[in-house]
Ligand binder design. Structure first.
Ligand code: FES
Ligand code: FES
Length: 158
């Protein structure tokens, strides 16, 4: 019989509580228990960034984070970027720059971009490229993604 524990945490600004199987990942928890399908399971090994969410202000591969470790933390997923003012400027920049093709990498890429811009809104293209190194995109060739992150950075400093 699977062993479960109860976790309480802040999820996209709301306090939530859930029972989790101790063998599950935070990604499983977000997708299965909260129907948040933005973060994706691709490699499951911390290599692709498709599962990126922001935990306590830092980007994390949620596939590698044990679900019980989420207890007491503050978690932001791509679904939490939406506000009454609309979508996040990073999301808008991805649309404007045409930085989305199949879209599978996009939620993770956007969360990584949000994290990077919050840390440093004045990144060079090289710094952006280095910052998204852990996020694999098989479609776009990265040029438009880097342009989108740069555009969103400029927007955040104006
Ligand atoms: S699915 Fe988590 S890093 Fe690839
Ligand atoms: S848009 Fe298809 S993997 Fe990035």
């Amino acid at each position: 019989m699977p062993l479960t524990v109860t976790v309480s945490f802040s999820l996209n600004g709301t306090k939530v509580t859930s029972a989790v199987d101790v063998t599950e990942s935070a990604l499983d928890l977000l997708r299965r228990n909260f129907d948040l399908a933005g973060a994706k399971l691709a490699c499951g090994e911390g290599e692709c960034g498709a599962c990126t969410v922001i935990v306590d202000g830092r980007s994390r591969n949620s596939c590698l984070m044990p679900a019980p470790d989420i207890d007491g933390r503050t978690v932001l997923t791509v679904e939490g970027l939406w506000t009454e003012q609309g979508i996040d400027p990073v999301q808008q920049a991805f649309i404007d720059e045409g930085a989305v093709q199949c879209g599978f990498c996009t939620p993770g890429m956007i969360m990584q971009a949000r994290y990077l811009i919050d840390r440093n809104p004045n990144m060079s293209e090289e710094q952006i490229a280095r910052g998204i190194e852990g996020n694999i995109c098989r479609c776009t060739g990265y040029k438009k993604i880097i342009a989108a992150v740069a555009a969103a950075s400029e927007g955040s400093t104006s």
